[in-house]
Design a protein around this ligand. Structure first.
Ligand code: NAD
Length: 499
């Protein structure tokens, strides 16, 4: 046998094994059929296909390493299929998230037992507000020395870690952004929201493979653990991490040595001054603080009100359906909602949030406070001091503490303390532009919302686009397809400028 023939046979065998592997990874024979999607295949410039990992069914894997290898295979397939396939995936995810919003919202709530069904549904219906392929426009320069093009190109496989607070919505939005940029994605979801995440990944993969012929563009570890997190972060195919969660996972991701885009914790303060419309401020605080039982990282977590309007603000909150707790009721709720560990070395005792109360309905909190909430109550509130655990901790419950402050300086100082330097989100209700400017500059947060509820900062009632991953400590802001790209420059010297 000649050397040429040997090489040829090796290539054919590798190709056949690759295809067999892709089918095995894609699951049942029914889903393995690959009808022509009409997407233009692009030959040339694509690295040789490596044998694919097996063991997963429709993107759902037991083994983290195999999930990464399969996603890499999915990435190579996406490269071949071009922009048309990326657009198709964007359309599939946005359409399916909306079409399945009620069913998936129910399933997620049943699994996690946190949040509210109406908002779980809405969070899926609005995936269409996430940008897509059209977000990526190359930058061109034209001059005496020719033409230069800077293009936004994919990394390869992106690993995404998702929270329990919005599992399918974060996963869906992440897929749109990451795949629109030309990447594949492997998920390590929160263990307490992993079943619903796997269900969505199966459904998306089934549709993606049916419509584009690409298997395992989106993969997930079915039973995520700290070990699977470490395996994924260390895998050679994974080029970039996207982490959405609290301080622990942000720290862990930054210690991996891989580039990490971190959507970290928040504890958004709200400042209300005496130029604001109290009715509008009260309604916005209720709308934002009650959204999905205050699970949103951007949600109103504590209010600092100027002392000459604090009473008016609280009475407007009562008028619009929020339930006010007296000091005994607040004390009872605080004892139930936090556990207190003694401070070390004679220091202050430290409060940590009781997980049983995170994302629970206002009625559950009211019961713990010792009263029955009228039907339809969405939010509880009480007056507290600035050092209260409800102010200091990111509590994620439909309760908002209201603290009186003497002036703008105190309002800003208290807001800064409560925000802990997360640089996540802050909110103001004021009609004084100098006050708004002062707070905006001092708080230095990624989102700064004026005269509206927090969701306005993500395109729900305000201008702008949506992402459930707001990269705060690493600075990318509201993530979008460009966040997941490498900028590459292509230069034509002395030619192609047409004037
Ligand atoms: P969490 O930190 O408990 O979990 C988030 C993810 O990280 C999960 O997948 C979890 O399994 C994983 N994880 C946690 N600790 C880890 C560690 N040490 N090593 C590896 N993986 C780890 O958070 P949660 O309760 O699911 O979500 C709420 C938190 O996420 C809040 O702090 C909230 O502000 C934040 N959040 C931020 C954004 C944002 O866009 N910035 C969006 C949603 C939620």
């Amino acid at each position: 046998m000649s050397a040429i023939n040997e090489a040829l046979i090796r290539d054919v065998v590798a190709e056949v094994l690759g295809r067999l592997g892709a089918r095995a990874g894609a699951g049942s024979s029914a889903t393995a059929a690959k009808p022509d999607c009409g997407c233009s295949g692009k030959p040339g410039g694509i690295p040789a296909v490596r044998p694919v990992a097996t063991g997963g069914v429709q993107g759902v894997f037991q083994d983290a390493s195999q999930a990464c290898a399969a996603a890499h295979e999915g990435y190579l397939q996406l490269q071949k299929k071009g922009l048309a396939a990326r657009r198709k995936v964007e359309e599939i995810v946005k359409t399916m998230a909306e079409a399945n919003a009620v069913e998936w919202g129910k399933i997620e709530l049943e699994e996690t037992k946190i949040g509210r069904l109406d908002h779980k549904i809405e969070k899926l219906q609005i995936i269409k507000l996430v940008p897509g392929v059209d977000w990526l426009r190359p930058d061109g320069r034209s001059g005496d020395h020719g033409i230069t093009l800077e293009e936004y190109t994919p990394f390869g496989v992106v690993a995404a870690i998702t929270p329990s607070t919005h599992s399918i919505p974060t996963l869906s939005g992440n897929i749109v952004n990451i795949v629109a940029a030309g990447n594949a994605v492997v998920f390590n979801p929160h263990p307490s929201a992993a079943r619903c995440a796997a269900l969505a990944v199966r459904a998306y993969n089934q549709a993606i493979e049916r419509e584009t012929g690409i298997a395992n563009l989106v993969t997930i570890v079915e039973q995520p653990t700290m070990d699977s997190f470490k395996t994924i972060c260390a895998h050679e195919a994974v080029r970039l991490l996207l982490v959405t969660g609290g301080p622990g996972v942000v720290k862990a991701a930054m210690q991996t040595g891989k580039r990490a885009i971190c959507a970290g914790p928040g504890n958004p303060p709200v400042y209300v001054d005496d130029t604001a419309c109290m009715k509008r401020a009260a309604k916005a605080i209720i709308q934002g603080g009650a959204y999905d039982n205050n699970l949103l990282c951007i949600g109103e977590k504590e209010v600092f009100a100027l002392e000459n309007v604090a009473d008016k603000l609280m009475s407007e909150m009562e008028k619009h359906g929020a339930l006010r707790l007296n000091s005994a009721q607040l004390e009872a709720l605080t004892r139930a909602a936090f556990t207190f560990k003694p401070g070390e070395g004679g220091g202050c005792r430290h409060a940590s949030v009781n997980k049983d109360f995170i994302g629970r309905d206002a009625a559950v909190l009211a019961k713990a406070a010792g009263l029955a909430a009228p039907a339809g109550t969405q939010l509880l509130f009480a007056e507290t001091d600035a050092s209260h655990p409800f102010v200091v901790e990111e509590q994620m419950m439909p309760f908002v503490p209201v603290v009186r402050v003497k002036n703008l300086e105190e309002g800003i100082r208290r807001s800064l303390e409560a925000e802990h330097g997360y640089k996540h989100t802050s909110i103001i209700h004021s009609h004084d532009v100098e006050t708004m400017t002062a707070m905006g500059r001092a708080l230095d947060t990624t989102l700064f919302i004026k005269n509206g509820p927090c969701m306005a900062g993500l395109g729900l009632g305000g201008e702008g686009y949506l992402s459930y991953s707001i990269a705060t400590p690493t600075g990318e802001g509201v993530t979008n397809p460009r966040t997941f790209t490498r900028v590459r420059r292509c230069v034509m010297v002395d030619n192609l400028r047409i004037y």
